[in-house]
Design a protein around this ligand. Sequence first.
Ligand SMILES: Nc1ncnc2c1ncn2[C@@H]1O[C@H](COP(=O)(O)OP(=O)(O)OP(=O)(O)O)[C@@H](O)[C@H]1O
Length: 228
Amino acid sequence: MIEFFNVTKQYKNGTSALSNINIQINKGDFVFLVGPSGAGKSTFIKLLLKELEPTEGRIIIDEMDTTNLSRRKIPMLRRKMGFVFQDFRLLQNKTVFENVAFAMEIIEASPKEIRRQVPTILSMVSLSDKANMYPDQLSGGEQQRVSIARAIVNSPSVLIADEPTGNLDPDTAWEIMKLIKQINRRGTTVVMATHAKEIVDMMQQRVIALEGGRIVRDDKKGVYGYED
Ligand SMILES: Nc1ncnc2c1ncn2[C@@H]1O[C@H](COP(=O)(O)OP(=O)(O)OP(=O)(O)O)[C@@H](O)[C@H]1O
């Protein structure tokens, strides 16, 4: 489902952020990506999102080689993936409903599909009663639930999360993790970069650890393994 073959990423200034990464993530996996600051986690995620191109190697997503993808095919690749970030990245001038609907408008879903699908997803993230609110009227946890709703509304095969609990208090962080796990149980692959030691240790999922741009651990039921 996601495969990295000998992937290396060197930035223009010569910094080697990832060196010769080989990894396979299967459909339905739940993977934590951990490692100290500067280990290469964000670079890994940016390569998945195709925000960056690898210097060497190939990245395959759902049998699609993303390396030499024509510009025309990038939207098709992005549709396979939903993204969640630490800082939510919601559109402040749109309501909860409109933020989620916007993700469907981008892929040219019909108004009828949008009217049907958005309430279903808002109910799944327990935000039906906040559909007409604006992001600044919501708590941090609620805003993150909107961003998760937006990420999954087009039924992606992979949910990619970069430090999704970083701005949340511990109880709210756990709520978000339960939601992400629930999405995973429904068959969506999850790749989550995080510094949240407690969450990684409790959840007992696959842990891939990066250090200095290399994979130093890949455990089926792993632990965080660092003192931050
Ligand atoms: N645009 C860039 N240009 C040059 N070097 C960069 C760039 N972005 C990141 N780096 C370097 O690449 C290495 C990996 O950075 P990356 O952001 O992937 O680490 P990270 O594991 O996500 O760290 P953090 O946990 O702090 O977010 C670091 O040495 C970093 O300084």
